[in-house]
Design a protein around this ligand. Structure first.
Ligand code: TYM
Length: 342
């Protein structure tokens, strides 16, 4: 079976962008692929964070995965920091990563510009190396993510190729290893719709956990009245009718796409249904579709989060399975890099 890995940071609350861009797409892949879904807690400390909240957010994120339909009889769900190989591989990969590659990362540039040099930890710069480790450890074939992770995936691919070139092949064999390719070179899986869900208050910036205003996003656990209020107040425009793909109407395209995805209808059907609608009627339709889609997820979330023994077991099981795969990869790399092994 080909393998798929992906993960979400346990920072802030999981929103519709995380769901439509990533988690929702994981579900349909579980039957065909060997899947591992992690909660990337080690990534969540790259910017100032609340130590009192991290463990709760980690559990919440795990519960949300399951509530959204991740099936633990098929997929492994685990916490990144429970599998030590992530950090171990990161150090080895760091030695093969040119600083220039990291300096070029858009997310690093944006986040560090906002925070200022004296406030930016080294981990914000080296973050993509940890992300590459998350993926390469498991010899993953595909990584289902939203569009904003594309550049990190490209770096992961380049790093895999570089390490294969530097340490793989016959060089590795001469050291007593099996020779050949150390890492599989993974490919991103970016969905045709939902890869970039935009803010409700500005159709030109992406929906994000860190945006100061909660009005800008729909959180997966938002109650019905909060969703209704956010949609009621969201930014629209004054063009007649509703349409997809008009660059002058980013909010309209975004809201129609959200409706398409949560209603499960095709784009063509939504286009016809909504082309002559006004914002007032569409907002009611969208609110109902959102509430109908999210309500069952919220019910399941509440069940799962209240059974902590079950959740602990799922995470322990997942970490065991993940470690057994990850350890092989790290040991191979140590050997290929010439380390004395015990
Ligand atoms: P994170 O936690 O920022 O986001 C989790 C997933 O949600 C997607 N996403 C979006 N998709 C569409 N529209 C949006 N507005 C939106 N916002 C976020 C992201 O693309 C992502 O798929 N570095 C990653 C986490 C990570 C990871 C990994 C992912 C760490 N290691 C290994 C895959 C494989 C991140 O910060 O995602």
């Amino acid at each position: 079976k080909r393998r798929i890995v992906s993960g979400v940071q346990p920072t802030g609350s999981i929103h519709l962008g995380n769901y439509l861009g990533a988690i929702k797409n994981w579900i349909s892949l579980q039957d065909t692929y060997d899947t591992l879904f992690f909660i990337v807690d080690l990534h969540a400390i790259t910017l100032p964070y609340d130590t009192q909240q991290l463990h709760k957010a980690t559990r919440d994120t795990a519960a949300i995965y399951l509530a959204c339909g991740v099936d633990t009889s098929k997929a492994s769900v685990f916490v990144q920091s429970h599998v030590r190989a992530h950090v171990e591989l990161m150090w080895l990969l760091s030695s093969a990563t040119p600083i220039g590659w990291l300096n070029r990362m858009i997310q690093f540039k944006e986040k560090s510009r906002k925070a200022g040099d004296e406030n930016v930890g080294v981990a914000l710069l080296t973050y993509p190396v940890l992300m590459a480790s998350d993926i390469l450890l498991y010899q993953s074939d595909y990584v289902p993510v939203g569009e904003d992770q594309k550049q990190h995936l490209e770096l992961t691919r380049e790093l895999a190729e570089r390490v294969n070139y530097l340490y793989g092949g016959r060089k590795w064999k001469k050291l007593g290893g099996r020779g050949g390719v150390i890492f599989k070179v993974p490919e991103p899986l970016i969905p045709p719709a939902g890869a970039r869900v935009m803010s409700l208050t500005d159709g030109l910036s992406k929906m994000s956990k860190s945006a100061p205003s909660d009005q800008s996003r729909i959180n997966l656990l938002d109650p019905k009245d909060v969703i209704a209020n956010k949609i009621k107040r969201c930014k629209t425009d004054s063009f007649p009718g509703l349409e997809f793909d008009n660059p002058e109407r980013p909010e309209c395209n975004n809201l129609l796409t959200i409706y398409q995805l949560v209603s499960g209808k095709g784009k063509e059907d939504v286009k016809q249904e909504c082309e002559n609608m006004n914002w007032g009627s569409f907002k009611i339709l969208l609110t109902d579709a959102l509430v109908d889609h999210l309500h069952p997820i919220q019910v399941r979330y509440n069940e799962i989060i209240s059974d902590s023994a079950f959740l602990d077991e799922v995470l322990a099981d997942g970490a065991r399975k993940a470690s057994s795969i990850a350890d092989v990869t790290v040991n191979n790399l140590y050997q290929a890099m010439g380390f004395l092994r015990r």
